[in-house]
Design a protein around this ligand. Sequence first.
Ligand code: HEC
Length: 393
Amino acid sequence: MESHIHTWLELLVRWAHFITGIAWIGASFYFNWLENHLDRAAQRNRDNIAGHLWAVHGGGFYYLEKFKVAPDKLPETLHWFKWEAYMTWVSGFVLLVLVYYMGAESYLIDSRVADLSVPVAIGIGIATLVLSWVVYDQLCKSPLGDRPALLAGVIAVLLVLLSFAMTQIYGGRGAFIHVGAAIGTIMVANVFFVIIPNQRDLVDAMKEGRAPDGAKGKAGLTRSRHNNYLTLPVLFIMISNHYPGTYAHEWNWVVLALIMAGGVAIRHYFNVRHLPEKKVWILPVGFVLLLGAFFLTMPEQRTAPDTDDSVEVDGPVETDVVWEIAENHCLACHAVDASSGGIAFEDEEDLERQARSIARAVGNHSMPPGNPTDMSEEERAKVERWYRDLQEQ
Ligand code: HEC
């Protein structure tokens, strides 16, 4: 019953996280798109209008104008976009607790990486989120803030360092999610601590009839640019737990760095696509980076990256031997009445049918999660050998 409640809590929170995330990123993509598609030429005779746009959607026509700075008089209702961002963070943090902190032994701690206790692992996780924001925020406020390109470069290097550090502390899956959670925290804190307060200052300035603080507007813009570029990396990390080939790879932090960089490059292409000095080569650069991750995670190198080569197994290995291994290490979660992730092993034929994914999951150490039953390298090598024997038949 308790585990059923946990599953449902997780289901509801994950669903909410997904919905609020779509609402937030969707609105942010939409405004970005607006900015890039405004018809600016037609507005030359109206001095406070920067551009306008016509759109048709859901059977209705929409007309929209952007002001150069602000309207002379504030409208009665002014819509803000902030709750989507806050709720995405709140639901994401609850999900982090439900999955990775309550299941720390399976999904966070990997004794082959570092033999942490549960409280220490969780403490490091939360400290990482807070510190990432503090360091990032201070960098933006430092003199580097006036040199956007250099600032972006420093942030990129720090993100790669964070990926490396996390993979030296946690198992791959927990490491990836913490990089994502750190990025997500930075993005939402940008909204909460900078973008919204600065926007509020602009509105207050208008009400009080004083000139708005230009520096604040500029800071808001920088942060929102950063958020824009961080979107694709963080979205990949949200789905990365479905791909053990990435997070359980020997060079998982390099794989993550390549995919994040690829995402940033692709985002950049879409940001500058409309500018006269557009740079078409950026898109191929993004794909080359992703291709790098593709080749790095090629199965030949990946099937058993960590299996100790010195472990020799005399073959052939029969399926009944593997069934015994599965009984000891897998069936607790993958029996017919406990099919974790929709995977169940009912009998030996079942094992043979799923031999490929079993060999992969065992070889890259993603299964059993956290290795609570101390599955040995020899047992992993036997599964490997069994899979190869099967293929040769
Ligand atoms: C503590 C529970 C647990 C144990 C023990 C366990 N698994 Fe899993 N397994 C899961 C869960 C949960 C999933 C669903 C995917 C996820 O959330 O990571 C999964 C997914 C899988 C998948 C599909 C995803 C993939 O990585 O390809 C395979 C294959 C798999 N397990 C094989 C095994 C094998 C083989 C063993 C034994 C050596 C094993 N598992 C032991 C919980 C477990």
